[in-house]
Design a protein around this ligand. Structure first.
Ligand SMILES: Nc1ncnc2c1ncn2[C@@H]1O[C@H](COP(=O)(O)OP(=O)(O)OP(=O)(O)O)[C@@H](O)[C@H]1O
Ligand SMILES: [Mg+2]
Length: 354
């Protein structure tokens, strides 16, 4: 696997969002993630429907002697898009080159990468919704017919050169499929949304990670962490590390349900998995805007977060958990959010929500 260019900007936003991981360097975080990343379909937990589809596509491509169709994975952060791209490369036995759209600012960035690809290789572009127009237009013929259109010379003497490329597979990942342009989306043969994980699946992720890191944990301990991991393996992995620190300092190191719950309370992660930012967001809408609707910019300014972090990191889980709703007039909280945060839900609110 080679990382051609990367962009830390979004990672920093995610770190900023979660005070639990604020003190850690991003580099350390990335190394930690890489060390526990599953490398095969067998160790990649959950997403079973997607895995089955992919296995069939990989088998069919092998039988045809062709590279896999271009793939687009979308879904909230930390659900395993990058991991899955690595698994596909491993299972097909090809090299994967990793980059992200913000690192492909100039035409020569994307041209350079495309020309460096060898037959059958995978090019992974993270945050593909942030690709600029020029880079997108260079990608169209490369994805569709495997060639690059290059122009040389000036005004009257301008010539277009058509440079053939080896057949490759592009894997794009995005947290915002809606921001991808239609023509780019249409060039992906396989488009898949990654789903939030069940508690059972997260407990498996936690036990696997604990095994790799030599952390002792029982089933109840794993479930206690899974319950508060917002359906997200990245969060589950971070929490298991935090809880393990707590278990080591305060007890004998072994994680049980009781120790996990104590540690998560200290970390201010509640039994829905919400942290301080999520709670301030919901409380703001309840206390200052009578449950909403209220615009995202207003919310962002009031709680001191940027809109992108709120939209990409906080909201997907709040929406999925039924605590928040997006409406054309802004965000509204649900009666369940009132209840969860200990507010009395006015009957008017109840009707507004329905
Ligand atoms: N299905 C899975 N089974 C086990 N562990 C997983 C799975 N999916 C993700 N993980 C773990 O969660 C971490 C985050 O996954 P990954 O980086 O692939 O998420 P992502 O969807 O690419 O996130 P982002 O949108 O922020 O780029 C990985 O380090 C990996 O260890
Ligand atoms: Mg990723």
């Amino acid at each position: 696997m080679s990382i051609i260019a990367d962009d830390n900007d979004f990672e920093q936003k995610k770190v900023k969002k979660n005070p639990v991981i604020k003190a850690e360097s991003i580099e350390f975080d990335k190394n930690f993630e890489n060390s526990i990343r599953p490398k095969s379909f067998d160790t990649y937990i959950g997403q079973s429907a997607l895995k089955e589809t992919l296995k069939i596509s990989i088998e069919a491509a092998k039988k045809r002697g062709l590279p896999l169709d271009h793939l687009l994975f979308y879904g909230p952060p930390g659900l395993g898009k990058t991991t899955l791209a690595g698994v596909i490369a491993e299972q097909t036995g090809v090299e994967i080159k990793i980059t992200s759209a913000p690192a492909l600012e100039r035409p020569r960035d994307i041209i350079g990468i495309l020309m460096s690809l060898k037959g059958g290789e995978i090019l992974f572009i993270d945050e593909i919704h942030r690709l600029n127009k020029v880079a997108e237009e260079i990608l169209y013929p490369a994805m569709e017919d495997f060639y690059l259109d290059m122009t040389t010379g000036k005004s009257q003497t301008v010539k277009t050169l058509r440079i053939p490329l080896p057949k490759f597979t592009l894997i794009g990942a995005t947290t915002k499929a809606g921001e991808l342009s239609g023509p780019l989306r249409d060039r992906f043969g396989i488009i898949h949304r990654l789903e939030f994980y069940s508690e059972d699946e997260l407990a498996q992720v936690i036990k696997r990670t604990a095994g790799i890191l030599d952390i002792e944990i029982n089933d109840e301990g794993a479930y206690a962490i899974a319950k508060r991991s917002r359906g997200t393996p990245r969060i589950a992995n971070r929490l298991v590390k935090r809880v393990s620190d707590f278990a080591l300092v305060k007890y004998d190191g072994k994680i049980t349900a009781d120790i996990a719950n104590q540690a998560l309370d200290v970390l201010k992660i509640d039994n829905y998995g919400l942290d301080n930012t999520d709670r301030s967001l919901l409380k703001l809408i309840i206390e200052k805007y009578n449950g909403g609707p209220v615009g995202i910019e207003t919310i962002a300014a009031a709680i001191g977060e940027d809109t992108r972090t709120i939209e990409d990191v906080c909201e997907p889980f709040l929406l999925q958990a039924g605590l928040l709703q997006r409406t054309p007039r802004g965000r509204k909280v649900s009666p369940a959010a009132y209840k969860h945060l200990g507010y009395k839900c006015q009957s008017e609110q109840q009707t507004l929500w329905q």
